[in-house]
Each structure stands twice: as C-alpha cells, then as structure tokens.
Design a protein around this ligand. Structure first.
Ligand code: GTP
Length: 311
C-alpha cells in the first residue's frame, strides 16, 4: 500500500442481520462530511448492500467471497490498496461488516496498516429484537461477539418498541458490557461521525478465528419474472423461521418502478428502488445452519410470482 502522509480514519459498522447498518451508512453519506470510501461486505453470494447504498461523492466498493471477518482475503487487501492509491485521496473509510460478521476482526486491519487509523467500531442493535437475539440458542454467540469490542452501540428502530421494551433491550446490551455507551435511535434520528471519537482501550489479544459458514447459510433467489403484490404476504408467512433475513430488488406485476424488498424475521416491506435498471427478481437471504434446502425456499417464493412469470 502507498505511503500516505496522513492517516485515513476507518469506521467499522457492525450489527446483526437487519439491524439497520445500511440505513446508517446511507444516513452518513446523506449528511455530508469528507470524501468517503464505503466498503460493504454481505454474507451471501450477491452483495445486495452495495446496490442499496445511495449514490454519493466518494465510492462504494463491494467485498465479496464471503464474510471478510472469517478470512481477510486478497480481495479485501486489494480493495483497500485501491482505496489508498486513489488519485483523489479519500478522507474517510466506512466499512459495513456483514450481519453475521465480527466487526472487530475488520477493525484490526486499521490497527495494523500504518496509513489507516481506527476511528471507532459502531454496532447497531435492533431494539425490537436484540434482547431475544442475545439469548437465542442458534445465533446468540454470533450476536454477543459483535459487542465485545465496539465503542458505541446504536440501539436502532426504537420507534418499534415501547418504553418497557426499550429498557429491556438496553439492559440486555449492558448485560454484556456494563460500560457500553448506548445511543437510542430511529432512522430519522441517527447521529453523524462528527463528534470526537470516544477513547477506547483495546485489548491486545485476538478473538479466536471463527467460520460463520458453520453457523449461517446464505440463499439466493433469482427470477426473470415479477411478483404479484397480493401474493407476497402469503409467501413470506410460509417461509421457515430459520430464514432470518431476505433482501434485494424485484419487479411487481403491472408496475414499472423496481422495488427494494426487505424482510427481517417475517416483517417485510417494499420501497421504490434507486437503481432504475433492476431486471426481474434478485433476493438474497441468510438463515441459520438448519435452513431448508434452496429448492424448498424457491418453491415458497415462487408462490408469490405473478401468473405466467418465469419460474
Ligand atoms: N421501523 C424502522 N425500521 C428501520 C429503521 N432502520 C432501518 N429500518 C428497516 O430495517 C430493515 C433493515 O435495514 P438495513 O439498514 O438494510 O439493515 P442491515 O443491518 O444493513 O441489514 P443486513 O446488511 O442484511 O444485515 C429495512 O427495511 C430498513 O428500512 C428504524 O429506525 N425504524
């Protein structure tokens, strides 16, 4: 990597599947600030997040080939080199970790590379789900590890919970690390990175290497056709609970504008997509290791296809 005269701050954004990481990254980009390189890493084979990051002044680069916290592979190093060697230098790097990733493993890169400076590790926690996720037998260990070394927790989606549930969510997070700084947010009240970073004390030892492909499986659904809006709810209700997250883009029968499809634990939404060239349906999902075979999931989602759509 090129010898730079100044170090570039790196902010790592982590948090479990659907916690609101991309929403936060888009907020950071929308609120201005220095020229930013955004690196996004999805767990699935298709990096949907890169397409969900709104256009901005800097650049968005995708990190594929699985979860970068499991193996900091050559693609990550090459991408970092590209960012550091950019003709117009970047003033900030924001890395969105995958929803099953350990953000600290990514942050360690910034501690090793002399041209980078670790700004902070921010973990998003969905206020409506975090207490249950922390105790979940299948995903709890992954969720808990994401909080081990972060600097601040954004307790997201507080618009979805009442005061008692908000208290339970923050108590669950503080139960992991009583000294954690928690900021309650909604997508309309997210902070920026401008406030000075909170000083943190980093432990020198590394966490044990993990391989999230043993705990989680990804799934991709592609069709040339369109969904029938009226059939989506039924198909989503029929999806197994092991499928924790589904997102991507689709077309709806009889409608021109492409849509972003989001599903977090059975709660789904459609919103107009920014990218005008969405063809057909491309969805990626992540579930626990006992996720049913792709053919089963395909068959369920096929039920939402408009009559005559290609299967
Ligand atoms: N009600 C509510 N929904 C939110 C809020 N923030 C994000 N969402 C929704 O939650 C869903 C997931 O948000 P994302 O930002 O894509 O979550 P993510 O952590 O990037 O998801 P993965 O990358 O798949 O792990 C989307 O449908 C968002 O619109 C919020 O403050 N309130």
């Amino acid at each position: 990597m090129r010898k730079a005269t100044a170090t570039i701050p790196v902010t790592v954004i982590g948090g479990f599947l659907g916690a609101g990481k991309t929403t936060f990254v888009n907020h950071l980009l929308a609120t201005g600030g220095p020229r930013t390189a955004v690196l996004v890493n999805d767990f699935g084979e298709i990096n949907v997040d890169a397409t969900l990051i709104k256009g901005h002044d800097g650049t968005t680069m995708t990190l594929t080939n699985g979860c970068i916290c499991c193996s900091i592979g050559t693609s990550f190093i090459e991408t970092m080199c590209e960012v550091l060697d950019a003709e117009v230098p970047f003033e900030r790097i924001v890395i969105e970790a995958s929803g099953v990733g350990d953000p600290w493993k990514i942050a360690e890169i910034a501690l090793i590379e002399p041209t980078l400076r670790l700004d902070r590790v921010i973990v998003l926690a969905d206020a409506s789900r975090i207490a249950a996720l922390i105790d979940d037998a299948r995903v709890g260990a992954t969720v808990r590890s994401q909080f081990e070394r972060c600097d601040v927790v954004l307790l997201s989606k507080t618009d979805l919970v009442d005061a008692a549930a908000l208290g339970a969510a923050s108590a669950a997070v503080l139960g992991l690390r009583p000294s954690l700084r928690i900021v309650a947010t909604t997508r309309n009240s997210l902070p920026t990175l401008d406030a000075p970073a909170k000083a943190s004390t980093f432990r020198a030892d590394s966490p044990a290497a993990s391989d999230h492909s043993a705990t989680f499986r990804s799934f991709a659904y592609r069709r040339d056709g369109a969904f029938d809006r009226g059939r989506i709810a039924g198909a989503v209700a029929a999806l197994p609970p092991e499928l924790l997250r589904l997102k991507g883009s689709c077309r709806l029968d009889g409608e021109d504008a492409p849509q972003v499809f989001q599903m977090v634990e059975g709660v789904w939404s459609l919103s107009p997509a920014d990218q005008p060239d969405t063809a057909g349906i491309v969805l990626v999902g992540v579930g626990t290791a006992d996720l049913p075979e792709p053919a089963v999931l395909d068959a369920i989602l096929d039920r939402a296809l408009a009559a005559g759509a290609a299967a």
